[in-house]
Structures are given as C-alpha cells and as structure tokens.
Write a protein that binds this ligand. Structure first.
Ligand code: ADP
Length: 244
C-alpha cells in the first residue's frame, strides 16, 4: 500500500481494471512441477508477471542438532527476492519484509505437511523470486505446495493462495502491483480446499465487516481456481500432459 497515484484509473465505467481484467478474473497462472535436478522436489510458477522458482530439500538431518525436535519434523522456509526481480535493484541482503514473508509462508504450509511422520528431521523450502509484480507471497505459497508434493512429502492437502482486495470501492480478485500500491485493501488468502481450512489470512487496508466477509469469500473461491492448476501441474508431470 502507499504511493497512491491519483491519476490511475483502477476500475473504469465498464468494470474493467487497469490491466484489462474483470473484477473476478485472476491473472494468467502457469505452474510446472519439477525442473530442478538437485532438489528433492521443485516447482516453477508464473502468476501474471510474477516468476518464482521453489526448491524443496528433505526430510534431512538438522544441523545444529539442538534445532531438531524428537517428536516431529520441522519445516524451514526461505523467501528470497533476486536483486533484479523489481524495477529498482533490491539490496540482496535479507530484508525485514523477506523475513516476515518467510515466516508467513512457513506457518501457512505447516498445517498441510505431516511433520509428525519424520521426527528429528527438517524439510527446507527455498523460494527464489525472479520477477515480482504484486502477490508474490501467494504465488510462492502455491508453488511451494506443489514442490512439497513433488518431493513426496506426506501432506494432508495442498495450500492454494491468491489475494483478494478492494479498489474503487469494489471487491476484486487477484490484486496486481498497481492495485496493491493505489488500491484500498489487499487480502492474501491461503486455503486448503479439501480440508476447507484457511491457513493464511492477512489484510492491509480498511474494510467494513461486510466487505471483509466478501473479500474472504472471493479469496477462497480464487484459491479453488489455483488448486485446479496445482493439481494439473502434478498430473502433467506424473501422468503426462494431455496429448503426450
Ligand atoms: P506481495 O508480493 O506478497 O504482494 P508486498 O505487498 O509486500 O508482498 O509487495 C507487493 C509488491 O511490491 C511485490 O510483489 C513487488 O512487486 C513490490 N516490491 C516488494 N519489495 C520491493 C522492493 N524492495 N523494491 C521494489 N518493489 C518491491
């Protein structure tokens, strides 16, 4: 949020957004499972102009040993933005924002992963944002779920994620960078469709209680669309693309 541009038309008189989408239309989403030879599991996602690569390693020994847990496995997540991923070069040192997003994604994934099945070990999730355009945490979380499944990590469900929000007093699905900057609210939602559980819910901006409920509903419905693409990515890798 912030950096509001008063001249930008976020929603025109025909209900069309600044990038040509309708209010309930997500950006183009492409997910590929696998691809990294040295990782146990991996995934690549293009979510509009976001481009993100995820590598999963483990379950593997924890060093230092005292970080391990004898009762359960641990999940470690590192979200990292490449210096060239945004218009103005980003400092390569981990920022407060990257540390926060790593924590948020870890906590959103934990309910999905059966950590109790591999005590004393760790599963590491490395997220590399190659190009960022608003909504990277949701795109990264969706790709990380596919990469974990690709690694064969036992899971209760996959987490699908997308942001809903508010621009020009209207609730929209899938907030892009301009809408995030100049809009009224941004609500990243992570949801496990099979278990019907929300594992990520953040809100930047102000909503009435009615708008809040609508935003959650729109976000959850959006997650169901993302989920289909996640499942398709795994199907394509393990059962072959349609027509192969
Ligand atoms: P998210 O990417 O999950 O929406 P934010 O709301 O914090 O997370 O960021 C919104 C967008 O702002 C990012 O997707 C990215 O395009 C842009 N952005 C984030 N950090 C920087 C930065 N250091 N420099 C320039 N743009 C940035």
């Amino acid at each position: 949020m912030g950096g509001r541009d008063a001249t930008m038309v976020l929603l025109d008189e025909n209900g069309i957004r600044c990038d040509g989408r309708k209010i309930d239309e997500p950006r183009r989403i492409m997910i590929r499972a696998g691809g990294l030879k040295n990782a146990d599991g991996s995934a690549y996602i293009e979510f509009g102009d976001n481009k993100i690569l995820v590598g999963v390693f483990g379950p593997r020994d924890v060093h230092p040993k005292h970080m391990s847990n004898t009762d359960t496995g641990i999940l470690r997540v590192r979200y990292h933005m490449e210096p060239f991923s945004v218009g103005e070069r980003k400092n390569p040192a981990p920022s407060r924002r990257e540390i926060e997003i790593s924590k948020v994604i870890k906590e959103a994934l934990e309910p999905a992963v059966m950590l109790e099945k591999f005590p004393r070990t760790a599963v590491d999730v490395f997220i590399e944002v190659l190009q960022a355009d608003g909504g990277t945490r949701c795109a990264a979380l969706s790709a990380a779920s596919v990469a974990l499944a690709d690694a064969g990590i036992p899971m209760r469900d996959m987490v699908a994620a997308i942001a809903s929000g508010k621009v020009a007093d209207t609730i929209i699905l899938d907030v892009n960078n301009e809408e995030d900057q100049a809009g009224q609210a941004d609500m990243p939602v992570g949801y496990m469709p099979n278990l019907k559980k929300i594992t990520l819910l953040q809100l930047d901006g102000v909503l009435t209680s009615e708008e809040y409920k609508k935003c959650v509903t729109v976000g959850v419905e959006g997650c169901k669309l993302v989920y289909e693409i996640q499942k398709q990515a795994l199907n394509d890798k393990y059962f072959g693309k349609k027509g192969d």
